[in-house]
Design a protein around this ligand. Structure first.
Ligand code: ARG
Length: 569
């Protein structure tokens, strides 16, 4: 199946060529969905756009184009509106056959549009610490972008760029050797590593010997000392194991966990290339890259005067390594907007090096809590685990009120899906650059633009399909859709794949959320206006098929946001 706008665009191109013999450029030709279905399904402004070039009145151009549009099988009727817009009404045959074949999950995307590998770098916590809520947004936004790319059958690698290298490891090793509480480490290893790290900071304020000792241990680690390497490896593995527990709860997964340590060996060659190409220069013993004044960017620090490399050096080495590892097309990095300058700097350096890769920084704003009981006090950060537990337990309370008759197992499962869904949706449904104010009551509500509402619409459709024993595999031949609302729903379905295109292009999950919400609302209008179960048999099958496709699409859209649905709730 083709995206329906493309079907109409192709027809239009053919007619334009016939009418104007190549005088109108194909790239100017496009069709849009109309705002109001009464005006038609699609509209084009091509007559207005080409009026100047052709030196003709737009309505005249429109009339000429329409002479060459075949109305019947696909288009039933056309119309010229206002100064020269052309409106198209799809034929009911076209609409029906489209709906019959429509499956949100099977789609022939044009695989030539974007060749090569896209790596998405997201979540990327600094290890040996528990994750906290500041890690949430990168984790779920990145996961959603990955899902969109996968959906479009593009080659994509989900990479967790762990912060697993740096001075903190010297301190941790000293802490580990001196103060580790073995049994605490057994029960909650990351909490214990956090504790000894904090202890190091406290102790070193009084004990001057500690910092040099940490430096010594770090040097040993950097030089490949066996014992320290083993310890460091243990920190990395433990961290990944612990993080994976949370990722599993969040339904998030990665292909690679290439942390900063992975790029250490590539740094010298990056520095060499920067020097050879005369991109970097010495400045007071340090190595820097300066930018043109017009770029309003601070110089990018590559190597400090003591020889230490920096965050930017590591990120450049990362690009180099990824270009060597894959047929790399694009690198997408998901972090909060406070790192914007860092990304701008090394993106620019990568460009100066002539590395052909599309670097894209996907930024987002901070997350806050409307509920003051649940906010960070005195630097006490909210751990991600606490947030997820809270979400599930609040959802459980609601489920207990709503469905007391369910078994404990069932209630818990619903609470899990609803709670985690609410956390994700409240984030992904907003433009990612906005600051998010997290409001439990609002997000867990079954009304309005929330995930429980969408999940509930899905479950309600499943319940109708169960009651009517609708066979989703049957071929419903004579489809009848007469009401405006049914036609609106079908039209909304036909938009699905272009919406995903748009969301992936802009890395904006909220585009999908908006779409799914609109679809759910249309369904509810339909549901409130028409008694589906009691409809005439001939219409009933069409209606059941329609809502079945709506449910499939809601499920598929939510899945792109990493949100699950339930057949009953
Ligand atoms: N570890 C970093 C942090 O916690 C994020 C890394 C993002 N990715 C990158 N390639 N710089 O802020």
């Amino acid at each position: 199946m083709k995206i329906i706008t493309d079907v109409v665009t192709d027809l239009l191109i053919e007619a334009v060529d016939k009418s104007f013999n190549g005088e109108i450029d194909h790239k100017d030709i496009s069709v849009q969905f109309t705002k109001d279905i009464k005006l038609g399904h699609f509209q084009t402004n091509i007559a207005l756009v080409s009026s100047k070039k052709l030196r003709r009145n737009p309505r005249e151009i429109a009339t000429k184009i329409l002479e060459n549009i075949e109305t019947q099988s696909i288009i039933e009727k056309t119309d010229i509106a206002g100064p020269g817009f052309i409106n198209f009404f799809l034929s009911s045959n076209m609409i029906n056959s489209y709906l019959r074949d429509f499956n949100p999950n099977s789609w022939d995307y044009d695989l030539n549009v974007e060749k090569g590998v896209t790596v998405i770098d997201y979540s990327s916590p600094n290890i040996a610490k528990r994750m906290h809520i500041a890690h949430l947004r990168s984790t779920i936004i990145g996961e959603s972008i990955k899902r969109m790319y996968k959906f479009m059958k593009r080659e994509v690698i989900a990479d967790n760029h762990l912060g697993d290298w740096g001075t903190q490891f010297g301190k941790l090793i000293v802490g580990y050797n001196n103060w580790l509480d073995k049994s605490a480490y057994q029960t909650d290893p990351l909490a214990e590593l956090e504790r000894i790290y904090v202890k190091f900071e406290q102790e070193s304020a009084q004990n001057e010997a500690l910092l040099p000792e940490a430096r010594k241990e770090l040097k040993k680690l950097q030089d490949g000392d066996e014992i320290n390497t083993k310890l460091w490896k243990e920190f990395v593995d433990t961290s990944i194991t612990e993080y994976n527990k949370l990722y599993k709860r969040l339904n998030v997964s990665f292909d690679t966990y290439w942390g900063e340590s992975y790029y250490v060996d590539s740094m010298p060659s990056v520095i060499k290339e920067l020097e050879e190409k005369r991109i970097a220069k010495e400045s007071q013993g340090a190595l820097i890259v300066e930018f043109d004044e017009s770029e309003h960017l601070h110089p990018c620090l590559i190597r400090k005067s003591d020889g230490a490399t920096l965050y930017a050096t590591s990120d450049l080495a990362c690009i180099k390594k990824k270009r060597e590892s894959y047929d790399l097309n694009k690198l997408i990095y998901v972090t909060d907007d406070r790192q914007a300058d860092h990304f701008k700097q090394f993106f620019r350096v990568s460009e100066m090096l002539g590395w052909d890769v599309n670097n894209i920084h996907v930024t987002f704003g901070l997350m806050k809590f409307a509920d003051s009981h649940f906010s960070s006090r005195k630097g006490n950060v909210i751990r991600l685990e606490t947030l997820l537990d809270e979400a599930e337990s609040r959802a459980l309370k609601i489920v207990e009120e709503k469905n007391p008759e369910l078994s404990t197992e069932e209630k818990k499962e619903i609470a899990r899906v609803v709670g985690i869904g609410a956390v994700k949706y409240s984030d992904l449904s907003q433009n990612r650059s906005s600051t998010i104010v997290f409001d439990w009551d609002k997000n867990l509500s079954f009304e309005g633009n929330t995930s429980p509402y969408l999940q509930y619409v899905y479950a309600r459709i499943q319940s109708i399909l169960r009651k009517t024993e609708f066979d989703t595999n049957q071929k419903v031949d004579n489809l009848i859709f007469e009401s405006e609302i049914e036609n609106k729903i079908i039209l909304q379905l036909t938009k699905f794949h272009s919406v995903i295109d748009k969301a992936a292009e802009s890395c904006k999950p909220n585009v999908i959320a908006d779409y799914v919400y609109e679809l759910a609302q249309l369904f509810n209008t339909f549901y409130n206006a028409i008694n589906i179960i009691k409809s005439e048999e001939s219409e009933k099958q069409s209606r059941l098929l329609l809502i079945h496709k709506v449910a499939l699409t809601i499920k598929s859209g939510l899945d792109l946001l990493g949100i699950e649905v339930l057949d009953r709730m």
